[in-house]
Design a protein around this ligand. Structure first.
Ligand code: ZN
Length: 316
């Protein structure tokens, strides 16, 4: 009986639930990245091209992101000494150049997030490449460099996205939900680093109400949303995993919600052993581990299904 008893009690801390976590820099327990997607009103124009200017309340809700929320997010990051990653559609970079300057001035990273938040998996290869390159061009003009990281708008990663990212020199993607730790996406010849997350790390599920965009999520208290994020963080900390948020300034940058985020960052600092990094820094760390053979991540080779499966060729 005593033997059985010895096996229970804080089992989750003792067992290895992540099979092969990477070594993080300086012996840190886990890696944390707060990523914000600065979609602004691009999503309203995409959904309601001709009528967008008549949806004034929705427009103001989305513009709150770049105009009000992001400057205060930058203030909070300065207070904590954090450098983080913002994914911004090319169209929003053109629309809000001063904001882009402020983000870069504070040493943050900007990642590629489409041009007008178009959905790659609804486009042909050629159209997907057209919008990808149009946004790369904007990047080069406004930031002085090419983006190395990508997040597909609305996670609409297509069967053509990986070959296109490899062709255009991207080094990491942050669109998929496939693991708790970084892994590699390969086309058989070359690879890039996948830094995946999942819906629990989103703010959409907790806060997104927009009649004009057909989202009517029940609004949650910031304490509820933070409880979800903190649970994920505590587990990542115990098991050496990667914790990446997908937040939006117009949602999570609202006052009470950002105050709750501030408390969460303090909680992480108090817990200790956390590597706060941009996704670009995390991708570089993983590349170095792979190149030196210090750690071998899981590799997923694409395309996984070059054709639809034959079992269903004639229907059911
Ligand atoms: Zn987005």
């Amino acid at each position: 009986m005593s033997e059985n008893k010895a096996k229970v009690g804080n089992v989750k801390s003792r067992v290895k639930l992540v099979a092969n976590p990477p070594p993080w820099p300086d012996g840190k327990r886990c890696a944390v990245a707060f990523t914000f997607d600065e979609d602004a009103e691009s999503i309203l124009h995409l959904a309601h091209h001709k009528n967008a200017s008549n949806l004034v309340t929705s427009m103001s809700m989305l513009q709150y992101g770049p105009r009000v929320a992001t400057p205060r997010i930058l203030t909070l990051y300065r207070e904590f000494g954090l450098k983080q990653t913002f994914f911004i559609p090319g169209w929003c970079i053109e629309k809000y150049p001063n904001l882009v300057d402020a983000i870069l001035r504070d040493g943050h990273e900007i990642g590629h997030h489409g041009y007008i938040h178009e959905h790659p998996n609804e486009l042909s290869y050629d159209r997907e490449e057209y919008w990808l390159c149009r946004a790369i061009d904007v990047f080069e003009r406004y930031t002085g460099s090419r983006p190395i990281g990508y997040r597909a708008p609305s996670y609409r990663f297509s069967r053509n996205t990986l070959p296109l990212l490899l062709k255009h020199g991207f080094r990491y993607d942050a669109s998929l939900f496939g693991d708790d730790v970084p892994y590699l996406l390969s086309n058989g010849n070359s690879w890039l680093v996948e830094l995946s997350t999942h819906y629990a790390m989103e703010d959409w599920a907790h806060y997104m109400v927009a009649r004009d965009l057909n989202y009517m999520m029940p609004i949650k208290a910031p304490s509820h949303a933070i409880e979800v994020y903190r649970s994920e963080f505590d587990s990542a900390w115990r098991h050496g995993a990667l914790w990446i948020t997908v937040w939006h300034p117009f949602l999570s940058g609202r006052l009470a919600r950002l105050e709750a985020i501030s408390d969460l960052i303090e909680y992480m600092h108090e817990k200790g052993g956390v590597w706060f990094a941009t996704l670009g820094e995390i991708a570089s760390h993983i590349e170095k581990l792979v190149e030196t053979g210090a750690w071998s991540p899981r590799v997923e080779v694409f395309p996984q299904y070059p054709t639809p499966i034959p079992e269903l060729e004639n229907g059911l």
